[in-house]
Design a protein around this ligand. Sequence first.
Ligand code: ADP
Ligand code: MG
Length: 341
Amino acid sequence: MPQISDIGIDLGTSQVLVYARGRGIVLREPAVVAADRTNGKVLAVGAEAYKLVGRTPGNVQAIRPFRQGTISDFEMAKELIHYAVRRVSGRHFLTRPRAIVSLPTGVSETEKRAVISVLFDAGMRKTQLLEKPLAAAIGIGIHFAEPYGSMMIDMGAGASDIAVLSSSDVVVGTCTQIGGDYFDDAIIRYLRKKHNLLIGDRTAEEVKMTLGSAVPPPNELTMDVTGRNLLSGLPRTQSITNLEVYEALKDVISDFIETIQQVLEHTPPQLASDIFEDGIILTGGASQLQGLSDAIYRELRIATGVADDPATAVVVGCGRALEDTPEMRSYLHENSRYRYL
Ligand SMILES: Nc1ncnc2c1ncn2[C@@H]1O[C@H](COP(=O)(O)OP(=O)(O)O)[C@@H](O)[C@H]1O
Ligand SMILES: [Mg+2]
């Protein structure tokens, strides 16, 4: 195992990614820990644990420690962090690396300090935190050290960040739980109500990726979905259309766009006009929902685009922020000056 360089870590609500300086992305696994319910013993972490999601026998519990954008289970978060570092470093460090880490925005200040201490125990010499929207912007090569406004939206599974960046910081921003999981849940609710069909999280996610759309779909597509018929209690396969999935998602999408609008309403006019000129950039896995940027454009009349590699932007940004340049140093501050709405 080669000597590990400094690393960037994106701890997401559904995925954990690690970027090693000079090597690129070296780890990308589900942010899941499987534990024995009876004694709390960890059975598997990452990809192995993900295989158990929704198929676990009674005593095995698959946990996503950051599921809703906060830390729901600190012990499991710790397991996940140790696992990620161990996987990229082997057992030993010759010199202790430095880490830049992006945590979900809902994580409290106390928990942030606890995470830094976990990383110290895992072998890091120094850990600095970088907020998701800043990391995402750095990752896709946006420079925001100048007093010029850019709007970044990072849409994950359990949480999304909407932020206006300027002068190396977030000027105004918010964090919402509307993300990929919300879309999945909306699909589950819709099919239960309309077809008396109960489907699992995994199936819902598959439906979203295959048929999901944030705008009325131009032509009809269908797929067969298997779930449990709530009336008979038996498994049943039902054909569903992309129009139905759009119906299921549209309220959640409009709530999301409303949240973007609120951020814009709190944005200083000069910066808002920069955003009107340059548009909005989306990152995060959930931004890949078909038609999402279109839906935002139709509602707000601001050009909106999805980054080329949206799900890796944050970790790449953490990795780039390790570069010791005045610009990168300006993005790493102890305490952010901005307020979340
Ligand atoms: N092609 C796609 N269409 C719609 N949603 C997608 C697509 N690919 C991934 N997602 C969703 O993206 C979310 C994961 O995004 P990610 O940025 O990895 O999350 P996090 O940063 O919270 O760990 C999941 O809800 C997943 O269903
Ligand atoms: Mg993410």
